[in-house]
Design a protein around this ligand. Structure first.
Ligand SMILES: [Fe+2]
Length: 479
């Protein structure tokens, strides 16, 4: 008998586990679905099937559920399945939670000692004609792109040495290569980072390891046509703390950040580290190189805002002390010092996305999410607590934003960008909208270039979709 989940931020309200594997054939659509949208939108969601072993846990521990919206001939079909990881199968067989603290195997039930803890709950990515579900503490899980059945762990035919793979690999739209890395590459709290490249066909063609200045939560990185950028912000791990049953991550506001930059066609031995006061960021919108200058665009803050990490760090969330914004950091490689030039691009936010064609080069438009207090008070949704209530189109050259009109009862899950085949058309944004006084979620589609004009059409879901982490669009012609 499964007991109720704890009545905490991570498990209640819109964050209540869904636990629903399902198929919905031909979703009800309000409005006109643009006929050119043909393809598959995959999302991954942490969705714990059982209450936590220790009675409490973070949202980020939830077993990976993967969902598929398939757009075909003006219809949309929906499918959702758990990723059958070793972790999922062990808990399913036992009919209870068996894993303890986030990324701390020393707190697990003895029956799962030595078993894989990867939850495959963060990002779905399509590369080399294969679909993967990713979580940064482990290797990829391959999933069938039509049935969502789990195929198994993916290690590039036995060639990948790293034990981990980031949930934010970076595809090069022109070469078809996939750039990625794995931190804690050889074990818990290790400083070893593996930098890897897979070719268009999905063959691992590079794997080089380097030592980070310290073991940090390296959730994302950035790639330009000429450089690779590895940000190391001071959310840190310590093996002795983990072994004693403590938290994997703490934020250390007095420790420096390091930004490593290496030539893309060079070696990790050529890494140059720029030092900077403590900052935190989870996602980078884009980066590009112009001559000796490397530009990195992202939402930055002076604190890690995940409640479970703040608590572990002995810190409290104080909105009055939180500083941040959407910025461009410029690194001048012709100069010998650590100077980073910061240019403000827009108000604070996260979940950035650019059109895939713009990856890695100078670009004009990005889309990201914000919390706008003028719309309404925070509503409980997602792993940080308060959900985003605004999606904005940022023109990074003009430093102007345009925003989708929203109301005070709605939060948004991460948006994806769907390219248009029409010349001069900026494409579409699609995202799950959670309307907090209605029982079920909706999917909203907007024209990216006309975001301020509102929603083009809505897909009506016959269930509530737990807040996912990331998603990706795979056009029909890619299969
Ligand atoms: Fe992420």
């Amino acid at each position: 008998m499964t007991k109720p989940f704890p009545n905490t931020m991570d498990f209640s309200g819109y964050n209540a586990p869904s636990r629903i594997e399902c198929d919905v054939y031909d979703l009800v659509i309000d409005g006109e679905l643009p006929g050119e949208i043909e393809g598959s939108w995959y999302r991954t969601i942490p969705d714990p099937p059982f209450p936590p072993l220790l009675g409490h846990d973070t949202y980020l521990s939830g077993d990976g559920m993967i969902s598929l919206f398939r757009f075909e001939n003006g219809h949309v079909d929906f499918k959702m399945r758990y990723v059958q990881t070793e972790r999922y199968k062990a808990q399913h067989a036992a009919r209870r939670g068996l894993f303890g603290l986030y990324r701390n195997p020393y707190t697990d039930d003895p029956s799962v000692r030595g078993k894989g803890r990867g939850a495959a709950n963060t990002t779905p990515i399509w590369h080399g004609k294969r679909l993967f579900a990713l979580k940064e503490d482990s290797r990829a899980m391959e999933v069938h792109p039509d049935t969502l059945e789990t195929i198994g762990e993916w290690d590039y035919g036995g060639r990948l040495k790293s034990l981990t793979m980031t949930a934010h690999p970076r595809p090069d739209p022109e070469t078809g290569e996939l750039y990625f890395f794995g931190y804690e590459a050889d074990g818990l709290a290790s400083r070893q980072v593996a930098f890897c490249v897979a070719d268009r066909a999905g063959n691992l063609i590079r794997e080089e390891w380097f030592e980070a200045p310290y073991c940090a939560l390296m959730h994302d990185f950035a790639v330009t046509k000429e450089h690779i950028i590895f940000p190391v912000f001071p959310t840190t791990a310590d093996l002795d703390r983990i072994k004693s049953g403590g938290p994997h991550w703490v934020f250390e506001p007095d420790r420096e950040s390091y930004i490593g930059i290496m030539p893309r066609n060079g070696s990790v031995k050529e890494m140059r580290w720029f030092r900077h006061p403590a900052r935190m960021s989870f996602h980078f919108m884009n980066a590009h190189t112009a001559g000796d200058k490397v530009h990195l665009d992202f939402g930055v803050s002076n604190a890690n805002v995940f409640p479970f990490i703040l608590e572990a760090s002995g810190l409290t969330f104080d909105p009055a002390k939180l500083r941040g914004g959407y910025v461009r950091w410029t690194f001048d490689l012709s100069k010998p010092d650590d100077t980073i030039e910061e240019t403000m691009l827009g108000p604070p936010g996260d979940m950035p996305r650019v059109a895939e064609k713009d990856h890695m080069k100078d670009y004009e438009i990005g889309y990201y999410q914000r919390f706008d207090p003028t719309i309404g008070p925070p509503l409980l949704a997602g792993p940080v607590g308060g959900g985003f209530n605004a999606i904005s189109r940022l023109n990074v050259r003009e430093r102007t934003i345009r925003t989708l009109p929203m109301d005070r009862r709605t939060t948004v899950q991460e948006h994806i960008h769907i390219p248009s085949k029409r010349a001069g058309h900026e494409g579409y944004l699609a995202f799950v909208a959670d309307i907090h006084d209605e029982p079920y979620s909706q999917v909203w589609i907007v024209e990216a270039g006309n975001i301020e004009q509102g929603v083009v059409c809505k897909l009506r879901m016959p269930l509530r979709l737990r807040v996912g982490v990331h998603g990706n669009w795979v056009p029909a012609e890619a299969f």
